[in-house]
Design a protein around this ligand. Structure first.
Ligand SMILES: Cc1cc2nc3c(=O)[nH]c(=O)nc-3n(C[C@H](O)[C@H](O)[C@H](O)COP(=O)(O)OP(=O)(O)OC[C@H]3O[C@@H](n4cnc5c(N)ncnc54)[C@H](O)[C@@H]3O)c2cc1C
Length: 514
């Protein structure tokens, strides 16, 4: 049931999805209060400082910045007054252990030159792949990502299109139909790992990432991703939104099947009939609603689904910079398919790895003291439901292996240049964000866990309970969680079936960084 202007709402969790939902509700006249257990906003998108080095904890790649700008526009504000977004080129630098390098961006001349090196016909194959991906983009992103799927029939209406677009085929398999070189197949399929999906399992729907990047670019925020979150945090408060940091919600009260309020871990209570949970569904059903038998059943049901992998993240600040690095670096190991099988299926921690190395200091001097660099390196690892690694013991061992590897292949002299550092293991994902099994991206983005089959934006069992963020439709990643806020708040404030148009095609011109 839609609620009207002047009503109140609560959002639990200040992840980017929670922030976007709070902004949308507040901007539409619903007095909103945001409760966050941590002492700082942003969830996985928070940032922190160590001795003058600034670190972004999680998301670093901004795609579709128009959906962020829309939040400002909705509030009658200008994004550039809050955060400066800059487009990057290359989008990613992909590197292999034997010295191979590929700079991926939207420049056809440079792409053709590099793809020709992979063999005859690869550039043409890539063109055909892009044409296919553009169709998927129109169908899967523009039309579907920001609307909710409240009934099976709402999904069946689009099923023929999804089948025609090979939504049931894993993206690596689809890519392989267009190009032959293993390296090019890796280049065109690795992106799903950035939203928690194994390219050998994930639907080809995610090929839409390529047109999305080509159309809107890949961006960074000046001062790091922390500036993006700070901007949204300020925006929300500037329009009258209320915030509570260090306020862990312990229980959602329900009376007669409808939400009636919240109880905080410190014993405080708060009356409210509309609650948007930005926590994962196991935290929501299994803890916040654990006093209700129906919720226990739901927690058990969702607990059996496939959760995305976890991550081992190592943040480090150095007193020097390293040649050959770009803002975003993907460092492929010698195995791809088998490595991902170890992580997603076998649950073992392999001896080799493929890494993502974030190096914002390449073009943002504000991230580190003069001459130094702020970095993080991320290694996808199995979530804690798949193995029993003791991360307190194994974390430092794994960190040392990664430092040795980076030093050998990409960052000579790394170890002695490290001035500050911090590790973040699957165990930290669980304890810091209340994330089930320490999963980094919630439910894996498989077709059988997407759209209607994903957690619904509006709960069916408890009136007044809604979800936003990576757990719900459309899924993880910044554009995903921001779109989920649109899908969810439309269910709260718009009459049934109506959705306000929101997507705009262009971002205010951003300077390009190389
Ligand atoms: C290392 C890493 C790198 C990534 N890189 C990218 C990238 O480059 N680009 C991209 O688009 N995406 C990326 N992602 C994915 C993206 O960051 C996430 O999908 C997105 O930020 C999740 O947002 P969310 O709204 O689901 O909330 P979350 O960030 O999950 O936040 C949920 C919030 O709820 C709070 N909370 C939980 N329980 C309670 C409670 N009981 N009471 C109060 N508060 C509670 C938590 O503290 C947290 O702040 C990355 C993720 C990670 C981890």
């Amino acid at each position: 049931m839609a609620i009207s202007k002047g009503s109140t709402a609560a959002v639990i969790g200040s992840g980017v999805g929670g922030l976007a939902a709070a902004i949308r509700l507040q901007a539409q006249g619903i007095q909103t209060t945001l409760f966050e257990k941590m002492e700082r906003p942003g969830g996985r998108g928070h940032s922190f400082e160590l001795d003058g080095f600034r670190f972004d904890a999680g998301p670093t790649v901004i795609t579709a910045p128009g959906c962020i700008e829309d939040l400002y526009t909705l509030c009658g504000k200008r994004m550039e007054d809050y955060v400066k977004i800059r487009s990057l080129t290359p989008f990613y630098r992909l590197r292999w252990e034997d010295g191979g390098v590929f700079d991926y961006d939207a420049d056809p001349k440079s792409l053709k030159q590099q793809m020709d090196d992979f063999g005859p016909g690869e550039w043409e194959g890539y063109q055909r792949f892009l044409a296919y991906a553009e169709e998927v983009y129109e169908q899967g992103y523009v039309d579907l990502s920001h609307v909710s799927f409240s009934s099976f029939w709402s999904m069946m209406k689009v099923a023929p299109d999804l089948l025609r677009l090979r939504a049931t085929t894993p993206i690596y398999q689809t890519v392989s139909k267009f190009v032959r070189s293993e390296r090019l197949r890796q280049i065109l399929s690795f992106n799903t790992l950035l939203i928690g999906g194994n390219p050998f399992d994930v639907s080809s729907i995610y090929s839409l990432i390529h047109p999305l990047e080509k159309k809107f670019g890949v961006h960074s925020a000046e001062g790091g991703m922390g500036s993006l979150v700070d901007g949204l945090w300020r925006l929300y408060q500037d329009i009258g939104g209320k915030v509570r940091l260090g306020a862990e919600v312990d229980r959602i009260n329900v009376e007669g099947g409808a939400v009636s309020g919240l109880a905080l871990a410190n014993g405080e209570t708060y009356k409210v009939n509309t609650v948007v949970s930005n926590c994962d569904m196991i935290e929501t059903y299994g803890r916040l609603l654990k006093h209700l038998p129906d919720a226990k059943r739901l927690a058990n049901r969702w607990g059996k689904k496939h959760f995305s992998m976890s991550l081992f993240v190592y943040y480090f600040g150095t007193d020097k910079m390293f040649p050959g690095l770009s803002h975003h670096n993907i460092l492929f190991g010698h195995r791809y398919r088998e490595l991902l099988k170890d992580i997603f299926h076998r649950g073992v921690i392999p001896d080799d790895f493929s890494l993502y190395l974030y190096a914002p200091s390449v073009n943002d001097p504000t991230m580190a003291p003069e001459g130094g660099g702020s970095f993080y390196v991320l290694s996808p690892v199995a979530h804690m439901g798949k193995n029993n690694v003791d991360w307190d013991q194994f974390g430092p061992v794994y960190r040392d292996k990664i430092i040795n590897y980076l030093e050998k292949h990409y960052m000579p002299g790394l170890r002695s240049s490290i001035k500050v550092d911090k590790m973040f293991t699957p165990k930290d994902f669980e304890s810091s964000y209340n994330s089930h099994l320490g999963s980094a991206f919630s439910l894996e983005p498989r077709l059988t866990q997407s759209a209607y089959f994903r957690l619904q934006n509006r709960d069916k069992d408890f009136e007044g309970l809604y979800f936003v963020g990576a757990s719900t439709h459309p899924g993880a990643g910044l554009p995903g969680v921001i779109d989920s806020a649109k899908a969810t708040t439309d269910l709260i404030v718009a009459p049934e079936g109506q959705s306000r148009p929101f997507w705009k095609d262009s971002l205010t011109q951003a300077p390009v960084l190389t």
